[in-house]
Design a protein around this ligand. Structure first.
Ligand code: G4P
Length: 534
């Protein structure tokens, strides 16, 4: 690998921290994001990030959601400086129908902060998001939120995190009571006590250094009962857990845990300060062949998200591009690997302090916006000439399937083009049956079908029906022996489709049928994400 002996590139890399905040909806992701931005000086008032949230809406009201998503483009990436670091927070949509967006965004970060509601504990979406983090060994810090409410016992919460998320944990702060009696958190790392006072919007200075928990000062501050409970808890924690090993965290095997209340700006500073110290700078990224170091002098990166504007007066698309190595420069020609064509960008944007600004250069870890007139699809890479293709942006087996029926035979070309472009953007997945050209669209949420129908009609002039199909799951199939695969394809001819890369996919109508197919065909491999070693 050709490394560039250029301290300034190294320094630029060391300075950057690119991460996402993830949570089950309503655990407090937006609130925590906002507080981090307040600390970073990127916003001045609480409430500024609220517009970013996709509010609870009737599922059919996707235009309203799109409007909100439009607003959220500006806040899709939020950059600010704190403690000498340039921090890029990548926003992930809370709405479950956009879960695929979230999974793809996670391919562009170097670490995550996972927010868990102390009242609800580990929820469904938390588990799914963590599965994605584990697939990539993404380092995770956990923030247990809403300590101002009567939540679950902290030891129970930690147990639940470990068992449901299959990750080891290490508390770094510990709550002193919760709900109405919530007194504050004890910082196990620095042996200090931060006392809770609600509704603070400024940086909290009320930290009490504690050398010894038996110090009478502790009893004076939190009362005798809570002081002895704290001593007991801390002894238990120190007995149960090894000191935090930063390497285990960086390998994605151990999650430091913080407790707090985002809405009250409490426990957030500890989280941010530790994040600055612990979290990894931009990391090497996996390629289809090998991997690429950020210090590699050749520029490279990939598109992880495409945002299309539904407003007919502004039909522009923005490709969100993560830089993985070298240096990006405005107006320089780069190599679009899939299209094998040269492209340059005259108005690439950064997302610093929430306003989009044209940038001249960008470095590994940065996310830039590239205006796109249809050249990009999710996963596309740009380089200075190499044919690098990045791994780690899989599609997951969809959960809802519908057949695409053309309602206007005169517009079949438009329909074909439209559905290919929309699925390139990652709105849904397309599976085609051959012979016959029967098209099945798979998504993770109902909303996508409304989006597809609307956009096909308004952007491509094509009309369609989307007829529900009762498929349970799509699995990509491979076999060590080619004959096994061919035999299976012949036997299941009605259930075999092809994805856009023409790889065979088996559509099972039920869990039972899937199990039977697996049992009867030991020579086949069934994959539930689109990325696998074939
Ligand atoms: P999300 O992005 O993860 O979906 O969650 P969000 O931050 O929007 O928070 C969900 C709800 O939880 C919000 O209330 C928010 O005010 C509240 N919340 C966040 N942090 C805390 C906390 O530390 N303690 C308590 N008690 N509540 C918290 P909402 O009523 O849904 O919205 P809003 O009317 O307050 O905006």
């Amino acid at each position: 690998m050709r490394l560039l002996f250029n301290m300034s590139l190294q320094e630029k890399i060391d300075q950057r921290r690119t991460f996402a905040i993830i949570s089950h909806p309503d655990a407090g992701k937006t609130t925590l994001t906002e507080k981090l931005l307040l600390f970073g000086g990127a916003i001045q008032t609480a409430g500024a990030v609220k517009s970013n949230k996709i509010k609870k809406t009737a599922t059919s009201d996707f235009m309203e959601i799109e409007k909100q998503r439009g607003i959220s483009v500006a806040t899709s990436v939020m950059s600010f400086e704190y403690g000498g670091k340039l921090i890029n927070i990548l926003d992930t949509p809370g709405h479950k129908d956009f879960a695929e967006d979230t999974y793809r965004t996670l391919s562009a970060v170097d670490s995550v902060i996972l927010v868990v509601d102390s009242v609800k504990g580990v929820e469904e979406q938390t588990e799914r998001l963590m599965e994605v983090c584990r697939m990539r060994n993404t380092p995770v810090i956990i923030f247990i939120n809403k300590l101002d409410r009567e939540g679950l016992d902290p030891f129970m919460l930690i147990d639940e995190l470990e068992s449901k998320l299959s990750i080891s944990t290490r508390p770094l702060t510990w709550p002193i009571s919760m709900g109405k009696g919530f007194k504050g958190v004890y910082n196990l790392y620095e042996s200090s006590l931060r006392l809770f006072s609600p509704s603070k919007t400024t940086i909290d200075e009320d930290v009490v250094e504690i050398n010894d928990l038996d110090d009478p000062k502790v009893k004076d501050l939190i009362g005798e009962n809570l002081a002895s409970q704290l001593i007991e808890d801390v002894e238990m924690i120190e007995g149960l857990y090894e000191p935090l090993d930063p390497e285990l965290y960086k390998d994605g095997l151990l999650a430091p845990v913080f407790f707090g209340s985002a809405i009250n700006n409490f426990g957030v500073l500890e989280l941010l300060q530790t994040f600055i110290q612990l979290s990894p700078a931009p990391q090497k990224r996996p390629l289809e062949a090998g991997e690429i170091e950020p210090l590699d002098k050749e520029f490279s990166g990939f598109v992880f998200k495409i945002h299309a504007n539904l407003d007919p007066n502004h039909r522009d698309r923005i490709a969100f591009f993560r830089i993985c190595s070298g240096k990006f420069e405005r107006n320089k020609f780069f190599h679009h690997v899939r299209l094998e064509k040269k492209m340059r960008f005259s108005n690439p944007t950064s997302f610093m302090a929430q306003s989009k600004q044209i940038i001249d250069e960008a470095y590994p870890g940065d996310v830039i916006g590239l205006y796109d007139s249809g050249n990009f699809k999710i996963g596309d890479s740009l380089t200075e000439g190499s044919s690098h293709r990045f791994k780690g942006i899989p599609s997951f087996s969809p959960e809802i399937f519908r057949e695409l029926i053309n309602k206007d035979p005169m517009k079949s070309k438009q329909l074909e083009k439209g559905i290919r472009q929309l699925t390139d953007e990652g709105v849904a997945q397309l599976f085609i049956q051959q012979p016959g050209n029967r098209k099945v669209i798979g998504t993770v949420g109902q909303l996508q079908f409304d989006v597809i129908k609307y956009r096909l009609e308004h952007e491509y002039g094509a009309k369609c029906d989307l007829v529900p199909l009762n498929f349970f799951k799509a699995s990509w199939i491979t076999a060590d022996q080619k004959d096994d695969l061919e035999k299976f394809k012949r036997q299941k001819v009605n259930s075999i489709y092809f994805d856009k890369q023409e790889r065979p996919v088996f559509m099972a109508e039920s869990q039972w049928m899937l199990n039977v197919a697996q049992e009867n065909n030991p020579g086949l491999n069934f994959h539930f994400t689109s990325e696998f070693d074939s």
